[in-house]
Design a protein around this ligand. Sequence first.
Ligand SMILES: Cc1cc2nc3c(=O)[nH]c(=O)nc-3n(C[C@H](O)[C@H](O)[C@H](O)COP(=O)(O)O)c2cc1C
Length: 166
Amino acid sequence: MEHVTIKDAERMTSPNPFALVATRKEDGTANVMALSWWTYVSNSPATVAICTSDRGLTGSLIKKNGEFTLSMPDESIKEAAFLCGTRSGRDCDKAAEFGIELEDGETVGAPHVRMSALVLECRLVNAVAVGDHTMYIAEVTSVLADASRRPVFAAEGYKRLTAVDI
Ligand SMILES: Cc1cc2nc3c(=O)[nH]c(=O)nc-3n(C[C@H](O)[C@H](O)[C@H](O)COP(=O)(O)O)c2cc1C
């Protein structure tokens, strides 16, 4: 075996999970961010953790509102979903610019992405600073699924999104 970087490791473990994190901005519009670093951390109560860079807008909105949604987008919107990882919501309304349709949440004020295979509505429980990211631990307050849609995963590290046949 040989030593490689943590970035090499992340590429080697791909396809990695992928979700769009949606939060509400102060003006009432939504912000949508591309995210691979999420995982289930408890079944009872149902709990997930997500890690976001402290440079982005999403983390500050989660801290302020205490809630967000995770949408696993369908492959039909994979290009638009990827674009949500290339721009910050500080400068633009990504959902409007990239044509991502949103729907109101059931149990949280944050919306979710309509063209999704799965949606998790999440309420913040704890935030843990970890290096250049913060890990947000959140209870899942609602789980919605559409079995007719195929979720995408991040391939070649985080270079592109693709549905995966197992
Ligand atoms: C496939 C993909 C996966 C990503 N995963 C993460 C992630 O897990 N955590 C993170 O902080 N940024 C991740 N990013 C980068 C953010 O989506 C990007 O910095 C975004 O502009 C932040 O948006 P915001 O400022 O509106 O929150 C990812 C980008 C892509 C393309």
